[in-house]
Design a protein around this ligand. Structure first.
Ligand code: G1P
Length: 293
C-alpha cells in the first residue's frame, strides 16, 4: 500500500511580470477567473483529491495569499448583520481549516526546483502533490484527483501530461516515453524546455505532480539546468529507474493562466461552465462573433 497522499506544495513566489501592471501591488495568484482567485481553484482542487495540509512557497509582497485563507472577521460580522447568507457561505468556502496552511519563503528566485526544496521540512518523508496555480484545468474529475488515483495504483511518481505542438516543446518539461497504454505512460526520461529539434517527444508536463519525497535529495544538490535555474524536472529525472514514474494523460482541458490569451480563454470557459452566467456569455459570444475581424 503506498503511503497516503495528504500534503500539497503550491509554489507562489513568482513576480507575475507578464501581468503587469495588474500584478504591481497584488499577487498574480490572486487574479480571478470569473469570481475566484487562481490560488483558491488550486486549493479546492487539492482538497477534492484528499489533500489536508498545504504549504505555500511565497515571497515578498505575497501576503494577500495568506489573508485570503484567513477568517475575515469584520467582513463576516457585517454580512451576518445584513443577513447575507450566500456571501457568508462564499467567505467560509475560502477560509481554510485552522492550521492547515503553512508558508515558507523562497528568498531568491532560483527556479521551481529550489522553490520545492524550500518546502523540505513540510514534506518530510511523505509523498506530496505540487500544484502550479497558473495552470487551471477544467475537468469533470478534478485533475489532481485523477493523479492521486494513479498514484494509489502505481505507488510512484505521477505527473499530468498533455500533447503540445512540437514547436512549443521549449516551454515545458518534456517526457521520453516507454510503455504507453494511452492513459498511463511510463517515463524513461525527462528534459526541461528542450529545443523542438531534440525534444524526445511532444508530451509535456502541466502544473500537477504527485512526487515521492526522495526528489528533495536530488534538488538539494542545487544543480543548475535550463535558464540557469534549479529545475524540478532535473530533480525528478534522477528518480527514474529507482521508483515507478508515470505520466498521466488526464481528462480535461488545461488553461495556461500565466499567459494573457490562456487567461482570457479560461475566463470564457469557466463562465460557460457556470449555469448562472452561461446564457449571457453565450449570447455575447454569438453577437461578438458576427463582428468582422
Ligand atoms: C514549469 C516547469 C515545466 C512545466 C511547466 C508547466 O515551467 O518547469 O517543466 O512543463 O511549469 O506549466 P514554467 O511554466 O515555470 O516555465
Amino acid at each position: 500500500m503506498p503511503k497516503l497522499l495528504r500534503k500539497a506544495v503550491l509554489p507562489v513566489a513568482g513576480l507575475g511580470t507578464r501581468f503587469l501592471p495588474a500584478t504591481k501591488a497584488t499577487a498574480k495568484e490572486m487574479l480571478p477567473v470569473v469570481d475566484k482567485p487562481l490560488i483558491q481553484y488550486a486549493v479546492e482542487e487539492a482538497r477534492a483529491a484528499g489533500i489536508e495540509q498545504f504549504c505555500l512557497v511565497t515571497g515578498r509582497g505575497k501576503t494577500a495569499l495568506v489573508e485570503h485563507f484567513d477568517i475575515a472577521f469584520e467582513l463576516e460580522a457585517t454580512l451576518r448583520e445584513r443577513h447575507k447568507t450566500r456571501e457568508l457561505q462564499l467567505l467560509h468556502d475560502a477560509a481554510s481549516e485552522p492550521g492547515s496552511i503553512v508558508t515558507v519563503r523562497q528568498q531568491v528566485p532560483l527556479g521551481l526546483g529550489h522553490a520545492i526544496w524550500c518546502a523540505r521540512a513540510f514534506i518530510g518523508d511523505d509523498p506530496f502533490a505540487i500544484l502550479l496555480p497558473d495552470d487551471l484545468v477544467l475537468a469533470d474529475t478534478p485533475c489532481l484527483k485523477q493523479l492521486a488515483d494513479a498514484y494509489a495504483e502505481t505507488g510512484g511518481n505521477v505527473v499530468a501530461v498533455t500533447e503540445v505542438p512540437r514547436e512549443h516543446t521549449n516551454r515545458y518539461g518534456i517526457l521520453e516515453i516507454g510503455r504507453d497504454d494511452g492513459r498511463l505512460v511510463e517515463v524513461t526520461g525527462l528534459v526541461e524546455k528542450p529545443d523542438p529539434a531534440v525534444a524526445p517527444s511532444n508530451l509535456s508536463i502541466i502544473g500537477r505532480y504527485v512526487l515521492l519525497p526522495e526528489v528533495i535529495t536530488h534538488l538539494a544538490r542545487m544543480e543548475r539546468g535550463a535558464g540557469n535555474e534549479v529545475q524540478l524536472t532535473d530533480g525528478m529525472a534522477q528518480m527514474i529507474g529507482r521508483t515507478p514514474f508515470h505520466g498521466l494523460r488526464y481528462e480535461g482541458r488545461r488553461f495556461d493562466c500565466g499567459d494573457k490569451v490562456g487567461f482570457l480563454e479560461a475566463q470564457i470557459a469557466f463562465a460557460l461552465a457556470r449555469p448562472d452566467l452561461a446564457p449571457a456569455i453565450r449570447k455575447f459570444l454569438r453577437e461578438y462573433a458576427e463582428v468582422p475581424a
